[in-house]
Ligand binder design. Sequence first.
Ligand code: MSP
Length: 510
Amino acid sequence: METKKYYITTPLYYINADPHIGHAYTTLAADILARHLRAQGRQVHFLTGTDEHGANIEKIAREKKVGPQAWADTIAARFAAMWELLDIRYDDFIRTTQPRHEEAVKLVFENLLEQGDIYKGSYEGLYCYPCENYWEEKDLKPGNLCPVHGKPLQSVKEDTYFFRLSKYENALLNYFEGHPEFLLPKNRSQEIINFVKDGLQDVSVSRSKVAWGIPIRSDPSHTIYVWFEALLNYATAVGYGERLAHSSEDKAAMRALTGGLDMDRYWPADYHLMGKEIYRFHAVIWPAMLLALGLPLPRRVFAHGWWTVNGEKMSKSRGNFVDPAGMAAKYGVDALRYFLFREVPFGGDGDFSVASFRQRYNSDLANDLGNLLNRITNMSVKYLGGTVPEPAQDSAMPAQIAETDSAYNAHMQRLEFDMALNRVWALISGMNRLIDREQPWAKAKTEPEKLPAIFGDLAAGMLAVSGWLAPFMPGTAEKIRASLRGPDGKIQVCPPLFPRLADEAAGPAK
Ligand code: MSP
């Protein structure tokens, strides 16, 4: 039997705005994890995509005077282009307007109706249009404002279909208890457990007033609520549609749409990654949907924190979205990828400012890493003609590399990206100190026979560094490797990886 792939997902991003640094953050995290696992020989399936239905999208398309599908096509293409620019290698990009998704969602809805997990009723409640969600009074911000957007809510009444979430309260709590690795990071788990313990209410999963959505097969006057539908993407992207179809005709049609993927090779997902504001959807509603569908639950749902910009929330009204393309154009893709994961522990909140970015660039990348490579390659070429010596017999380097490697791997497995990088930088600093201490430029004159051992250590350490950096800074890692092993097998000098940035004292930090 073919092995199961390690299946990693990001949220499906709304297409109401261009991709910004927040979207890039999650997608980069998935890319870093995926690259790390692939380097370890694992088979990975990395899914991202766009969430394209709903009243918000309908409204924006109307404002832009284009059809919603045309709008969706434009923005989905911008997301894909951004991921390419940021060196993100995903395996699949799902759009919720694709037939493989829409057709499977329709079947899911009918199945759940039939088994009684979805039923028709009517709903009266406080609705947030930007969230496309009803809120309960207990969750509101003071002044009865939406807890996410801080805006007033509308009182809405409509006929709607409900998903029987309340039925799964105990099953969810049991699952959480039996699977301590499910809710991650651990400091976010209690909030979810408390939320479920407080009691779950059935949730509305259809909209009669939203035309831009997937119609319910047996009642086309309603469309399926965007969140309910979008969560299903994690399954519909990996061949769920074919499994749902009953008749052989339907099966053949779904097979054509899903490309004949064998869902068992993908499901359950190993990691759902997302921001903390949509954790409940992934940690409560989605697992309950899976229980209703009789599918195994994902292995881990991980919610990271939020980036602010210069201490403020990113928002349309402030117009302070950080454009990843602009940062990459000015400082390089790898510097951006590095900063986001070194600056802030993955899981916590962080603040983005150009000043802290430039500070890290100069200290970590230009000084520590860039200089080290420069020193090693320049002196190897100058004193040893670029030959790559072996580390000395009694060298401490192999043990240091092995130790760093095991700490790095343990951190990567727990998505402690900043700590993994800290370990790498500890070795980088150690190598810079080794050079300061050994003073190869002096030894070249007095004891040149000692140089091969020193540069053997340094070359071995640097080669290991390039391996550890590869998931974070793929282009840089490749340059380091190429400079340590040129086309003729010799060490070559390469141009500075990260030219030092001049002080920007004259201009305001943007
Ligand atoms: N469409 C839903 C998700 C459906 S998943 C089945 C959605 N889309 S979104 O476009 O609003 O994207 C939200 C996600 O973008 C967050 O969960 C997070 O991954 C990322 N971020 C958006 N802004 C962010 C920050 N300011 N900081 C960090 N990540 C943020 O919600």
